[in-house]
Design a protein around this ligand. Structure first.
Ligand code: NAP
Length: 552
């Protein structure tokens, strides 16, 4: 019963787990068929009605593939428009040295397509990309994908409740598709951000962004300068350091880094066997990872207003995390006090995306690696000039400088009811959406991995995507089982949701004074991250609140 299950969950993670998790775990364990996370018709619409309701999904990355799989199961016709020549999105585009996931794969995978054969607990890019390729074929959605085509705009016509989606094909043709619903699955980390440093274009060597890597680039024996020490830099640096002549890392601010004993480990044959054969073992293991990489950390993100240690942490539990991470980096760096000072963040743990140690501290102690924390003054043909006048020569300049995350859904132009422009509604960098998925006056338009759906403390965006797809399916079900043509979220529901999200963020680590991160816009509002526990978001997207919507 529920209490037994709660106790078992608590024992599984070695902490007290609240009753909130029982229903979610029960859904996983009971493996009910048909899957409650898919669309289960109450009154299955006539085939003609379904056929007259084509959906366009924009993007065949992790979230677009997920949406396609679920629409296919439901019998709803759909086309996926993908700008690349393959599926996988970020996992297709990013192949910089060391590229891989830092959320364990037995959690970072679709709940309906578990893989018991991951070679490592944290797979590298090729294996991840293959996983999404496999899912595409296993669920037979490849024929629905139009590759090498980019969506330029989507416009809604009130009278016919129809979206016109304009695309640009690889060979330069403009085409139009008619759809009853549009699902944006373009992600947030797909437009590289190059830093605004004077002289950037004058560099005479090879300059490239991590997300636009050149597979033919040979770094051996080269003098390399890397700007940026986030999740991408953390993976590139230690991977290339043994090959290059000199690696100079330009760090603007340090990130907190945690060790993970499984980070480089292969999954043993025994573990693979257990995952495949012991009933429910894979689900229980998944819950352990869910806890350790997501909800179990949620308390350490909350500000205790009575806590004051000069801004180094935000609560007692957060301070304990800080102590653990500080001890770890000190143990790694020994007596090197100047280096310890350089890599110890002044801000609380989790203020920026937490990183898993990819031999970062070992790399920093290599004779051919230097960590420079001075300000960059300009880029010149020979390399980078620092504020103190020193020129760091480079053959190759790597920008590990992140993405234009705040420009959500750009550069597409989306117009809803009465020509309402989505980007005008949002302004330059203030994207909002009900449950991160729906914007008022954009009927039958849904956003996957939209505003306030990201995770920075760990987490798993595939989990979020599956929750969003469930909400979208519930919306489409309302339309297709009834007489309505379209579903829209009410302004009040959207505004109340955004107000709650903002209020929660005001008491979370991301808004800590003096802290910079890519989760906030110019006005300081957290537009990128989810403030809730994953179990809360699971429940909010599962329990369809009819009163929040308008059917027309
Ligand atoms: P990021 O986290 O935004 O880091 C960008 C880095 O570049 C930061 O160190 C930043 O410094 C620095 N930077 C930016 N502009 C600069 C400038 N003008 N001068 C000097 N330094 C500058 O980007 P990312 O590492 O590509 O990661 C982005 C997100 O992608 C992550 O948060 C994560 O969600 C995802 N990701 C995940 C994985 C994974 O799962 N393994 C791998 C890669 C990326 P400041 O910190 O001072 O701004």
């Amino acid at each position: 019963d529920g209490e037994d299950l709660r106790e078992m969950l608590s024992i599984a993670v070695g902490e007290d787990v609240s009753a909130d998790y029982v229903s979610m775990m029960r859904e996983d364990l009971e493996a009910i068929q048909p899957d409650p996370r898919g669309l289960n018709w109450r009154h299955e619409p006539a085939p003609e009605k379904l056929a007259a309701f084509p959906v366009v999904i924009i993007g065949a990355g992790m979230s677009g593939v997920c949406a396609g799989i679920r629409l296919k199961e439901a019998g709803i016709p759909f086309t996926i428009i993908e700008k690349n020549s393959a599926v996988g999105g970020s996992w297709y585009e990013n192949f910089y040295p060391g590229c891989g996931v830092d959320t364990p794969n037995h959690f970072y995978s679709y709940s309906f397509f578990l893989n018991h054969d991951w070679s490592h607990f944290f797979a590298k890019r090729d294996e991840l990309w293959s996983y999404f390729e496999d899912a595409t074929d296993r669920y037979a959605i490849r024929d629905h994908i139009q590759f090498e085509t980019e969506v330029v705009s989507a416009d809604y016509d009130d009278a016919s409740a129809t979206w016109t989606v304009t695309t640009l094909t690889g060979d330069g043709r403009t085409e139009q598709l008619s759809a009853k619903s549009v699902i944006s699955a373009v992600g947030v980390l797909n437009r590289p951000k190059l830093p605004d440093i004077p002289g950037r274009d004058t560099f005479a060597g090879v300059a490239l962004h991590t997300a636009q890597w050149d597979a033919s680039l040979d770094l051996s024996g080269k003098k390399v300068v890397m700007i940026g020490t986030g999740a991408s830099g953390q993976q590139v640096g230690p991977t290339i350091a043994p090959d290059v002549a000199q690696l100079t890392i330009l760090q603007r601010s340090p990130h907190w880094v945690v060790p993970n004993p499984n980070y480089f480990a292969e999954v043993s044959d025994g573990m693979k066997w257990a995952l495949a054969h012991i009933p429910s073992f894979a689900r229980w293991y998944r819950f352990q990872l869910f806890w350790a990489f997501a909800d179990g950390l949620h308390a350490s993100l909350q500000v205790d207003p009575t806590w004051d240690d000069g801004g180094k942490s935000i609560s007692q539990i957060n301070a304990r995390h800080r102590l653990y991470m500080e001890r770890y980096l000190r143990a790694k760096l020994g007596e090197d006090t100047p280096l310890i000072e350089k890599v110890t963040p002044s801000y609380p743990p989790y203020g920026k995306r937490i990183l898993i140690d990819n031999n970062w501290f070992d790399m920093l102690q290599r004779p051919n690696v230097e960590l420079v924390t001075d300000q960059i003054a300009q880029i010149v043909p020979e390399g980078v000039v620092m504020a103190d006048g020193r020129t760091i020569e480079a053959d190759v300049l790597i920008y590990a400088t992140g993405f234009q995350a705040s420009k959500m859904l750009a550069p597409m132009k989306i117009t809803g009811k009465q020509g309402r422009d989505l980007h005008q509604f949002w302004g330059p960098d203030d994207a909002t959406a009900y449950l991160g998925t729906m914007v008022p006056e954009f009927p039958n338009f849904f956003i996957l991995m939209g505003p306030n759906t990201g995770l920075a403390h760990g987490g798993n965006v595939i989990f979020i995507t599956e929750c969003q797809v469930r909400l979208i399916l519930a919306c489409l079900q309302e339309v297709l089982e009834g007489d309505a043509k379209a579903i829209d979220v009410r302004h009040k529901a959207h505004d109340d949701y955004v107000a709650e999200v903002d209020a929660l963020h005001a008491n979370m680590v991301w808004t800590h004074k003096g802290l910079t991160n890519w989760y906030r816009n110019d006005a300081g509002r957290v537009f990128a991250l989810l403030p809730y526990r994953l179990v809360d978001y699971w429940k909010m997207t599962k329990d369809f609140r009819r009163e929040d919507f308008l059917l027309s």
